[in-house]
Design a protein around this ligand. Structure first.
Ligand code: ADP
Length: 168
């Protein structure tokens, strides 16, 4: 039986840090489902369809990766999907407290679902979707931090001002 990892998040937008975690998950699971939360309360920059399509384009070359949207309780979604574990990325100690809280609450909701944490390559340890949006909104370069399709989408979202290279 295939062991499936569920990588949940808002992915507003997907970054190379997220992709790093997906690739690491593929080393220990047979397949990965990237689960994009509808999350309207977070008021995302990109709507759910755009976030899904950006993730799909970004993982196109990775077989054994599926991209789906979900809303409601994550544990319900994981159960429906038959996932073996939830995989979350830990960038720094500052992520830990919130992630521990979520993992323990999810365990309380469904003791059969484990949460696994993975550390990204250190070059992504400072990378968040929020920072990427902020840089792009001020016309800074996000090259190398996000997949090219995301760079393009940010350029469109912020009116063509995210093209400047670092130091320009
Ligand atoms: P959420 O809104 O659920 O925090 P995100 O899209 O911000 O969703 O993040 C989804 C997952 O990806 C989380 O586990 C988060 O810790 C992880 N993540 C985000 N950015 C990085 C990064 N640069 N490196 C490693 N993991 C990351």
């Amino acid at each position: 039986m295939k062991r499936t990892a569920i990588c949940p998040g808002t992915f507003d937008p997907v970054t190379n840090g997220h992709i790093d975690i997906v690739k690491r998950s593929l080393r220990i699971f047979d397949e990965v489902v990237v689960a994009v939360a509808t999350n309207p309360r977070k008021r995302p920059l990109f709507d759910i369809e755009k976030r899904l399509s950006l993730v799909r384009d970004s993982v196109r070359d990775l077989s054994e990766v599926r991209v789906e949207s979900f809303d409601g309780l994550l544990v319900d979604y994981v159960r429906r999907t038959g996932g073996a574990a939830i995989v979350r990325g830990l960038r720094a100690v500052s992520d830990f407290e919130y992630e521990l809280q979520m993992a323990l609450m999810n365990r309380r909701l469904d003791a059969g679902i484990e949460t696994v944490f993975m550390m990204p390559n250190e070059e992504y340890s400072f990378l968040t979707s929020t920072i990427v949006k902020e840089i792009a909104s001020f016309g800074g370069s996000v090259r190398g931090l996000v997949p090219p399709v995301v760079e393009e989408a940010l350029r469109e979202a912020f009116g063509g001002r995210s093209t400047a290279g670092a130091g320009e």
